[in-house]
Design a binder for this molecule. Sequence first.
Ligand SMILES: Cc1cc2nc3c(=O)[nH]c(=O)nc-3n(C[C@H](O)[C@H](O)[C@H](O)COP(=O)(O)OP(=O)(O)OC[C@H]3O[C@@H](n4cnc5c(N)ncnc54)[C@H](O)[C@@H]3O)c2cc1C
Length: 303
Amino acid sequence: MGYNCVVLVKQVPDTKRISGKVMNDDGTVNRSALPAIFNPEDLNAIETALQIKDKFTGRLVVISMGPPSAAAILRESLFRGADETILISDPGCAASDTLATSYILSCAVKKLDYDIVLCGRQAIDGDTAQVGPQLAEKLGITQISYVEELTELVGRTITVRRNIGNGWQQVKASLPVLLTVTSDANEPRVAAAKKMMKYKNALTPIEAEQKIKSENPQANSSEVKKLVERKCGELKEKGLLIKHWNLNDISADMTWCGQSGSPTKVHRIQSVVLAAKQSKEIQPTDEGIADMIHELIEDKTIA
Ligand SMILES: Cc1cc2nc3c(=O)[nH]c(=O)nc-3n(C[C@H](O)[C@H](O)[C@H](O)COP(=O)(O)OP(=O)(O)OC[C@H]3O[C@@H](n4cnc5c(N)ncnc54)[C@H](O)[C@@H]3O)c2cc1C
């Protein structure tokens, strides 16, 4: 029996290699100051889906919502074994918080035939870990978060082990299900050289248009349109077209997308740097630790 998996992946700024001015004055991230990478735990989600596909067969579709440059992680997904990739990119997605993001992703996933939806546990930029659970809610399916092991998949029943902080819990659920996967779940496989050779020229229609414009600087807009259509047809035939869906394609209600669908406003971002003079030495005794805890409760650092 085969299982159709849909994995949601996010391109994120590499927060370990920050340089230049990271935040814009309006509180949004200056993504050009940061190298973009595959959100690490999304690679674990892909690996879990690939293991399901290896063992049981089925289709693996990978979706990302983001700017045109997010096509890079979709190509990477093809290198690792995805059967189909979809980029959701639309100016109306900009400034989406987790509610709007999960709404947009739910509109896309609803268009697909799926048994298991997989997300990373958390994205390293927004850091909320809310998108997976919110997406499950909007799809109306069971969710199991913090998955660290897929124990068993028999018929329409899945058993997983989930991390509960101070231990683990074994959970059984009926499909369809949404899993959010942690970095402990597996070791993501490296991209396959053969697939890299096959898919290195995979493009989205947006990238195809950019390429055609740079190769044909004299072409007018209707010539560019024709050339893009032809190029996309050729790419599709060879299995090298990364699909592009806009908000119309997924029948999304614009009021639930982008800024209008986002109740969260980032008021201020503060970089907290602890200077040496702010440090305090604590004696490694029961009394020293009790004093420290008391002090932290007093100044409301912990409750
Ligand atoms: C500094 C900062 C603070 C923010 N604070 C908030 C806040 O307080 N509240 C809020 O609602 N939003 C906030 N945001 C916005 C937040 O980054 C976006 O809403 C984002 O689209 C999703 O949230 P996340 O990054 O926390 O994802 P998470 O919920 O941590 O992501 C979990 C998983 O969901 C999937 N996923 C997430 N985004 C996408 C995507 N675009 N495409 C495909 N799959 C995806 C991935 O599998 C990912 O591993 C903040 C952003 C920044 C930069």
